[in-house]
Design a protein around this ligand. Structure first.
Ligand code: E4P
Length: 217
């Protein structure tokens, strides 16, 4: 199972990389805006900066919503760095673009996926990753994790190689549940990954070990 961090914040990306368990980064236009990264040139430079911190895949999202625009932008993004994965929205033109890039050997992440049917289309188009947004489904009283289970079943039925990238992960239990369901990747805030560390019995046990050591030394 791969762990991606879902942020454009370079300090958080560095922290996640230093933890030693990071496999990649996802970004989106909202996350870029949150860091104050605006203007095409600055955005492109920021993607390269992220690639220079992490070893794994870095999703960079196109802004165009027409096929020609997506192809132009996607090719520019892919040429920035070998770690870049072109992120495309799940719309008709995005599916066409995913097929185009797949035929050219350029990796893609089809994003804003909210149904099993959309995930099936992304796989048919040869997407490298499909990003079902589980947190946003939970937000509207729909079971996001159930979507992960449905996609896993469908992909396994036909041996699709598209990797299920569980996105919009909001907390640590989402990660555990995605692992149980067989998601290939999760992406979420660093806090959701760091939450995997915590257990009060670990803290109590360590304090006792250290106290007992001090008694004899
Ligand atoms: C994934 O690629 C998206 O950037 C992300 O996971 C969206 O998460 P949010 O619903 O917390 O904004």
């Amino acid at each position: 199972m791969k762990f991606f961090v879902d942020t454009a914040n370079l300090d958080q990306i560095r922290d996640a990389q230093n933890l030693g368990v990071l496999d990649g980064v996802t970004t989106n236009p909202s996350l870029m805006a949150k860091e104050g990264i605006t203007g095409r040139d600055n955005i492109l430079k920021h993607y390269v900066a992220i690639c220079n911190i992490v070893d794994g895949d870095v999703s960079a999202e196109v802004i165009a919503t027409d096929f020609d625009g997506m192809v132009k932008e996607g090719e520019e993004l892919a040429s920035l760095h070998e770690q870049i994965v072109v992120k495309l929205p799940m719309i008709k033109e995005g599916v066409k673009a995913a097929k185009y890039f797949s035929d050219k050997g350029i990796r893609t992440n089809v994003t804003l996926v909210f149904s099993a049917g959309q995930a099936l289309l992304a796989a048919k188009a040869g997407a490298t990753y499909v990003s079902p947004f589980i947190g946003r489904l939970d937000d509207i009283s729909t079971d996001g994790l159930n979507l992960i289970a449905e996609i896993r079943l469908i992909y396994d039925n036909y041996g699709f190689e598209t990797q299920i990238l569980a996105a919009s992960v909001r907390h640590t239990m989402h990660i555990i549940d995605c692992a149980k369901l067989g998601a290939d990747v999760i992406t979420g805030p660093l806090s959701s990954i760091e939450g995997l560390l915590s257990h009060p019995l670990t803290d109590i046990g360590l304090a006792k070990f250290l106290a007992d050591y001090k008694k004899g030394n």
